[in-house]
Write a protein that binds this ligand. Structure first.
Ligand code: ITT
Length: 193
């Protein structure tokens, strides 16, 4: 089975590719020479995941999936949420985004947060969505060098390390994205039978 992964985020693509079994072969947008920015104008992860997958499926007539993810912080009313990629501005700089979160969280003791991923899969024009969530907390400062986005300031519940202090394999054992991907693999396995 061949699927296109509708993302321009190489870190995301790598995390997902590491989780997929051999019978699912994935091509990235770069590999099909799609370099344009896909509009993300909805105000939910579900809506934006669907926008991305639908755009690619309609334009290239392929089976594909898209991942829309966000960090939801309780004390900030669920922010940055769907705006995670561009919280501190349109250029999407991860360090500026984290600095803004840490600034807004100064003096706040409730540091509960979660990462959420919604995957929108389109097979033969029919969409199915899969979700994954991981609870954790926002640290006081950035720590670690692995991963991407907000990983240096997110510590999963029950862990002493931030996502950014974990190897990709360790993050993939528990992450929001891996949970959603595992559900998608189960669904695809059912279709193969
Ligand atoms: P595509 O839309 O091209 O897939 P993107 O980076 O814009 O790439 P999203 O729209 O899903 O992806 O935005 C999600 C943002 O949330 C992302 O840029 C990161 O800042 C953050 N994020 C998502 N998953 C994350 C993870 O596993 N670890 C850390 N930050 C993450």
């Amino acid at each position: 089975m061949e699927l296109i992964i509708a993302t321009h985020n190489q870190h995301k693509a790598t995390e997902i590719q590491r989780l997929l079994p051999n019978w699912i072969s994935v091509k990235t947008l770069d590999e099909i020479e799609c370099f344009e920015d896909i509009p993300e104008t909805e105000n939910t992860l579900e809506g934006n995941a669907r926008l991305k997958s639908t755009y690619i499926s309609k334009k290239y007539h392929v089976n594909c999936f898209a991942d829309d993810s966000g960090l939801e912080i309780d004390a900030l009313g669920g922010e940055p949420g769907v705006y995670s990629a561009r919280y501190a501005g349109e250029n999407g700089d991860a360090h500026n985004n984290m600095d803004l979160v840490l600034e807004k969280m100064q003096g706040i003791t409730n540091r509960q947060a979660k990462f959420r991923t919604v995957i929108s899969l389109i097979i033969d024009g029919v969409e199915t969505q899969f979700q994954g969530t991981i609870e954790g907390e926002i640290t006081q400062e950035k720590s670690g060098t692995e991963g991407f986005g907000y990983d240096p300031i997110f510590k999963p519940l029950g862990s002493e390390a931030t996502f950014s202090e974990m190897s990709l394999a360790e993050k993939n054992k528990i992450s929001h994205r891996s949970q959603a991907v595992e559900k998608m693999i189960g669904f695809l396995r059912g279709l193969e039978k």
